[in-house]
Design a protein. Structure first.
Length: 115
């Protein structure tokens, strides 16, 4: 089994920054991709950013130029640096890990951006 624990969410003003962390534990091997998703009230969960096992990254258009995803393989931890936050970034942010044919999700961390 794999457990994912997110941290780093909180309340921040427009233009502020937050750094989210996702710590993975358990039986981990052959990770395909790790990613950050978010879900705002009344909206579907959407991909924010992903990082492949080889280090390649991809971002949603809304995140490009403001967010940066990274991974510390030695610590099995993934990060999302979020800068210049906007009220529309307000959502619960979820960590996802894809390994072989399975996907694992964290419990989510709330990010609230005030105007």
């Amino acid at each position: 089994q794999v457990q994912l624990v997110e941290s780093g969410g909180g309340l921040v003003q427009r233009g502020g920054s937050l750094r989210l962390s996702c710590a993975a534990s358990g039986t981990i091997f052959s990770i395909n991709v790790m990613a950050w998703y978010r879900q705002a009230p009344g909206k579907q969960r959407e991909l924010v950013a992903g990082i492949l096992s080889g280090g390649a990254t991809n971002y949603a258009d809304s995140a490009k130029g403001r967010f940066s995803i990274s991974r510390d393989n030695g610590k099995n931890t993934m990060y999302l640096q979020m800068n210049n936050l906007k009220p529309e970034d307000t959502a619960v942010y979820y960590c996802m890990l894809s390994m072989r044919t399975s996907q694992y999700w964290g419990q989510g961390t709330q990010v609230t951006v005030s105007s």
